[in-house]
Design a protein around this ligand. Structure first.
Ligand SMILES: Nc1ncnc2c1ncn2[C@@H]1O[C@H](COP(=O)(O)OP(=O)(O)OP(=O)(O)O)[C@@H](O)[C@H]1O
Ligand SMILES: [Mg+2]
Length: 237
């Protein structure tokens, strides 16, 4: 086994152990002292067990995504990016009820050559981060457009931002940065690693701009499905 694989397994085991230890601890306390625990506390402990189970499910799903990335074939099809994004927004809104989501869709956007499931996973990760790393009530904007014969999608937030010294860490596996919202939110630092891999595997690019305490914009670009669209659009971009 290579050192990289060994390191991966060691990190995964550590990430698995933390929620499992907590689930076991709270279950044991409930089982052993059921009659002595106040109802409010019982509810609180069960809440923690549920939260930690969700954390485990999220981790296992992300680890599966990492392991499938190199083996699973892509199903590249003609995708209307605006339509695909429209399907994800209600799911994100359901999770982050207090954020305000705004869309600025470029009309007559040419189709992209994408695997729709993977594109949705990319957008979900970016929207999840934009929401998670900004306070409730803030605006998250999704902007589509074209530039140099590429489809451009931007996800802009008004959140904590990313420090310059952290720029080279964010796409690395298991890297979470220090800010007051990272410590309050859950995550394993796999989302952006997976996102970058998926974007690049479909011929796209990903970049970001950020200002601390003002916000971050992630930008992804994908080629058009038809090269003729490039000619038609060259005067529009
Ligand atoms: N929009 C953003 N604004 C500020 N910081 C961000 C943003 N997106 C990512 N980050 C920082 O980059 C780190 C890595 O992001 P990534 O999505 O890979 O992991 P995560 O959100 O912590 O966990 P996961 O996505 O696996 O649930 C985050 O922990 C956070 O510190
Ligand atoms: Mg994330």
């Amino acid at each position: 086994m290579s050192t990289i694989e060994e390191e991966f397994i060691a990190t995964v085991s550590h990430e698995l152990r933390t929620p499992l230890t907590s689930i076991r601890g709270f279950s044991q306390t409930l089982l052993n002292s059921w009659d002595k625990i106040k109802d409010d506390d019982k509810k609180k402990f069960i809440g923690i067990i549920e939260e930690q189970s969700n954390r485990l499910i999220h981790l296992v799903e992300n680890i599966l995504s990492v392991s499938k990335m190199n083996t699973e074939n892509q199903v590249l099809k003609r995708i209307d990016v605006n339509n695909s994004i429209k399907k994800i927004i209600p799911l994100i809104k359901e999770q982050y009820k207090e954020h305000n989501y705004e869309t600025h869709f470029f009309s007559n956007l040419p189709e992209a050559r994408l695997d729709d499931d993977k594109f949705q996973q990319i957008m979900t990760n970016l929207l999840d981060n934009a929401s998670k790393y900004s306070e409730a009530g803030k605006k998250v904007s999704i902007i589509t457009g074209i530039s140099n014969n590429m489809i451009v999608i931007k996800v802009r937030d008004e959140g904590v931002g990313i420090k310059k010294e952290d720029y080279d860490k964010i796409f690395k596996k298991f890297s979470r940065l220090e800010n007051h919202l990272t410590s309050k939110t859950q995550g394993n630092g796999l989302g952006l690693y997976i996102t970058k891999e998926l974007v690049e595997k479909m011929g796209g690019t990903i970049s970001f701009e950020s200002k601390e305490n003002e916000g971050t914009t992630f930008e992804i670009k994908f080629p058009f499905y038809n090269q003729e669209d490039a000619l038609k659009c060259s005067h529009m971009s």
